[in-house]
Design a protein around this ligand. Structure first.
Ligand SMILES: [Zn+2]
Length: 149
């Protein structure tokens, strides 16, 4: 258990780093001055991304120290996994709580194996794919200064 947590924390730290880097790039692309403070980041995380939210928030706070993201609110929304049957086209969502941990691990580390573990609820086919629910996405950035001019 302890080893698992530590391994997780490392994973979350790299995810947090990617999120902040992506946010910084977006701000630069939009010509936002480098001293403009960020008030909030909206982040979407697939329920199958296997991310520990506590560790992620902690990593975001640590990594944002001394940057324009310091003190920002990190609003995280969990995206329900969605699957699609490649045979009949049926799409369905599954609450992460309803999935076995084993299935979640396979989706994360060996997506090909998912086909062997899940079935289409309509036609029973095992030829299915994950449409969404495994990604981490930066949805929006809110800047602190609303008072302009
Ligand atoms: Zn089907």
């Amino acid at each position: 258990m302890e080893r698992k947590r530590r391994c997780h924390a490392l994973h979350e730290a790299s995810v947090a780093f990617s999120i902040l880097k992506a946010a910084e790039e977006v701000l630069e692309e939009h010509g936002v001055p480098s001293d403009a403070k960020v008030e909030a980041l909206e982040i979407e995380i697939g329920a199958l991304a296997l991310i520990d939210l506590e560790s992620l928030k902690f990593a975001l706070e640590v990594l944002s120290k001394g940057t324009r993201f310091e003190g920002a609110k990190f609003n995280i929304r969990i995206v329900t996994p969605r699957f699609r049957c490649k045979r009949c086209g049926y799409e369905w969502t599954v609450k992460a709580d309803d999935l076995d941990d084993e299935v979640k691990l396979f989706i994360h580390f060996a997506p090909d194996k998912v086909y062997e573990m899940l079935r289409c609820p309509r036609c029973g086919s095992r030829d299915i794919e994950v449409v969404e629910g495994t990604d981490v996405k930066l949805k929006s950035i809110r800047l602190a200064e609303e008072r302009k001019g």
